[in-house]
Design a protein around this ligand. Structure first.
Ligand SMILES: C[S@@+](CC[C@H](N)C(=O)[O-])C[C@H]1O[C@@H](n2cnc3c(N)ncnc32)[C@H](O)[C@@H]1O
Length: 337
């Protein structure tokens, strides 16, 4: 079980990441910062962990995002697939005239480039449509375990997307609704109120940075809350806040769960290791040169020693002594000259 843990849990096993979801961990640590979009680091970790826990619990189904922009959040979904699952990306992309409130601006080419870079092994279905047309196009035949709603932010669009989610979500599945408390996008809260007022059955259970998490029923909501409290204790800001007709736990961003910062640290560490290796190889070269110079020095020293020994032997020899007077005469003659 531990090999699926990609959490930022405060326990010692936090940040462990191997096996099936290693590409997810690597995207969170090294990719997410390069993809333009709106997704806080703590929220990214929370969504990733929820997706992994679903697989761990045996829940299988497709995953979906309405409104992908360049794919910052979608790459999390695409890297959390279990075998046989699909990740469905819905965006108007080039038909920006259908993006009535100008929320983001999907770019299919950039999105597909990011997919190739960060989720090359994922099974992805791209639906280039407005979410308002999805029901007519047979979208209700899907069965999802996770849906991110981040397309149009007007109240009618949000209510429409929540209805679609309710009708396609598997029991225990999760919906993440973006910009729920943003003062710039009040259509989201208005759309949620309209959806609930019209009898919508999804149950909110947590507010994470910039998103509301909902699920299918009260039991699943209780499980979701317990799971987040266990895995993200440092980010829990306020438990049991009243929200519509129920309660939610509220989570803030917390640096401990920022896997991108962790990735940045890895990068900085890699750079330092590179510098260390370069310095080590320079040091090895300098040592080699020093050893060569030492050898040269030793050779010269032994030649000098040999010459000195030769001179000493010469001075001590009989012929040296015999020719002594002659050298004295020559010396005196030179002195006079
Ligand atoms: C805020 S951005 C999405 C950000 C993205 N989730 C991320 O992770 O960065 C909103 C996206 O929704 C798309 N969009 C707007 N209205 C839509 C609609 N009615 N149906 C589908 N997509 C829509 C926009 O083209 C844009 O790409």
């Amino acid at each position: 079980m531990a090999d699926m843990d990609i959490s930022g849990s405060a326990s010692s096993e936090g940040f462990a990441s191997v096996g099936l979801f290693s590409s997810l961990a690597s995207y969170l640590e090294r990719g997410i910062g390069t993809v333009e979009g709106w997704l806080s680091p703590t929220t990214a970790s929370i969504l990733a962990q929820l997706l992994v826990e679903q697989v761990r619990a045996g829940l299988r189904g497709d995953v979906c995002e309405i409104g992908v922009h360049h794919g910052r959040l979608f790459m999390v979904l695409a890297n959390a697939q279990a075998p046989g699952e699909r990740a469905v990306a819905v965006d108007v992309f080039g038909h920006q005239e259908k993006n009535v409130d100008r929320s983001g601006r999907g770019d299919r080419a950039v999105f597909e480039r990011n997919l190739g870079r960060y989720a090359p092994a994922a099974t992805v279905e791209i639906v280039q449509e407005s979410s308002l047309d999805l029901q007519r196009l047979g979208f209700l035949s899907h069965r999802f375990r996770f849906i991110s709603i981040d397309g149009g932010h007007t109240a009618p669009t949000v209510a429409n997307d929540l209805r679609l989610a309710e009708r396609t979500l598997l029991g225990g599945g999760i919906v993440a609704l973006d910009d729920i408390l943003s003062s710039h996008w009040t259509g989201v809260l208005t759309g949620l109120a309209a959806y609930v007022g019209a009898g919508g059955t999804l149950v909110p259970f947590a507010l994470v940075p910039n998103k509301l998490l909902l699920t299918t029923d009260a039991a699943a909501a209780g499980q979701g809350r317990a799971l987040l409290r266990r895995l993200f204790p440092l980010a829990l800001a306020k438990p049991d806040l009243e929200f519509l007709s129920g309660t939610v736990d509220s989570y803030d961003d917390h640096p401990h769960y920022d896997r991108e910062t962790c990735g940045n640290l890895h990068r900085a560490l890699d750079a330092l290791r590179g510098e260390r290796d370069a310095l080590a190889s320079q040091l090895a070269q300098v040592r080699e040169e020093a050893a060569r110079l030492q050898r040269e020095h030793d050779a010269l020293a032994s030649r000098v020693a040999a010459a000195e020994a030769h001179a000493t032997r010469l001075q001590a020899s009989t012929s040296w002594r015999v020719t002594g007077p002659l050298r004295t005469v020559v010396g005196l003659a030179r002195g006079r000259g």
